[in-house]
Write a protein that binds this ligand. Structure first.
Ligand SMILES: O=C(O)c1cccc(C(=O)CC[C@H]2O[C@@H](n3cnc4c(=O)[nH]cnc43)[C@H](O)[C@@H]2O)c1
Length: 219
C-alpha cells in the first residue's frame, strides 16, 4: 500500500453500471467512496466538488468506460491517464482548433496526474495481467463520431490513448481542493464513426471491475 494515499479515496463514475462494476471490484473497504458524477465534465465537476466538500480525501479517481484510439488502446483493455486534457475547450479557426491556453485566458486545459501514483497503478494492473496503456485521456462534451474528428484529435494530441466525458471535470474539482487525481478507464469501443452496436460495454465493465480490485490493493 502506498503511503501517500492512506486517507480516503473518492472514485467518481458517470453512470450506475460503472459504479456497480467498481463496487464489485473493490474489496469491502471503508476508505473508498464510489459516487456518481453524471455524464459530461460539468456534472462531473459539480458532483466531485460536492463530494469533496462533505469529506476529506487523499486521492480522487475518475473511473469508467471510454473510447480507445485504434492501435493505442484496444477494446477490453484499460488505460491510466498520464495527463487529463479538455480537448474541446477553445475556439475553432480556419487553421484548426485553438486550445483555451493559446487564447490568452490563462486557464489550463491540461491537468497533470501525480506520476508516482499513476505509475504505481499501471504497474499493479500489469502485474495482475490486465492489458494496460498509459497516455493522455481526452475529455470531450461530444463523443467523437467521425473519422475526420478522430484524425484531428490524434494530430492535435499524439499521446492520446482514449477519450471520455468526465475526466477534466473531476480533475478540475480535485485540483481546486489540492487533492491528487487519477483517471482509470476500460475501453468499450474504438473512437471513430459511431456504431453503437459495436460497443462492448459488458467486456469493458468486466475489465473495470478487475481493474478496480487493484485500486484497493495498491493504495
Ligand atoms: O448502456 C449501457 O448499459 C451502459 C453501461 C455503462 C455505461 C454506459 C455509457 O454509455 C457510459 C457513458 C460514458 O462512457 C464514456 N465513453 C464511452 N465511450 C466513449 C467514447 O467513445 N467517447 C467519449 N466517451 C465515451 C463517457 O465518459 C460517458 O460518460 C452505458
Amino acid at each position: 500500500m502506498m503511503e501517500s494515499s492512506e486517507g480516503r479515496i473518492l472514485v467518481m463514475t458517470s453512470v450506475e453500471a460503472e459504479r456497480d462494476a467498481v463496487l464489485r471490484g473493490i474489496d469491502f473497504n471503508k476508505r473508498v467512496d464510489v459516487v456518481l458524477a453524471g455524464v459530461g465534465p460539468v456534472s462531473a465537476a459539480i458532483e466531485t466538488t460536492k463530494a469533496l466538500q462533505k469529506e476529506e480525501y487523499s486521492l480522487v479517481i475518475c473511473a469508467g468506460i471510454a473510447g480507445g484510439f485504434t492501435d493505442k488502446a484496444d477494446v477490453g483493455s484499460v488505460v491510466v491517464a498520464s495527463e487529463i486534457v479538455s480537448a474541446d475547450l477553445g475556439a475553432e479557426s480556419p487553421d484548426g482548433f485553438i486550445p483555451l491556453d493559446d487564447l490568452g485566458f490563462g486557464s489550463s486545459t491540461r491537468i497533470a496526474v501525480e506520476e508516482h501514483l499513476a505509475g504505481a497503478l499501471t504497474s499493479a494492473l500489469e502485474a495482475t495481467g490486465i492489458i494496460t496503456n498509459r497516455g493522455t485521456v481526452l475529455t470531450l462534451s461530444t463523443v467523437t463520431g467521425t473519422a475526420e474528428t478522430t484524425a484531428d484529435l490524434q494530430a492535435r494530441e499524439p499521446d492520446a490513448v482514449a477519450e471520455a466525458m468526465e475526466g477534466y471535470g473531476v480533475a478540475s474539482a480535485a485540483r481546486s481542493y489540492n487533492v491528487p487525481v487519477l483517471e482509470l478507464r476500460a475501453i468499450s469501443n474504438a473512437i471513430g464513426p459511431r456504431v453503437r452496436s459495436a460497443w462492448r460495454i459488458k467486456d469493458a465493465l468486466a475489465a473495470l471491475e478487475s481493474a478496480s480490485k487493484v485500486i484497493t490493493e495498491v493504495f
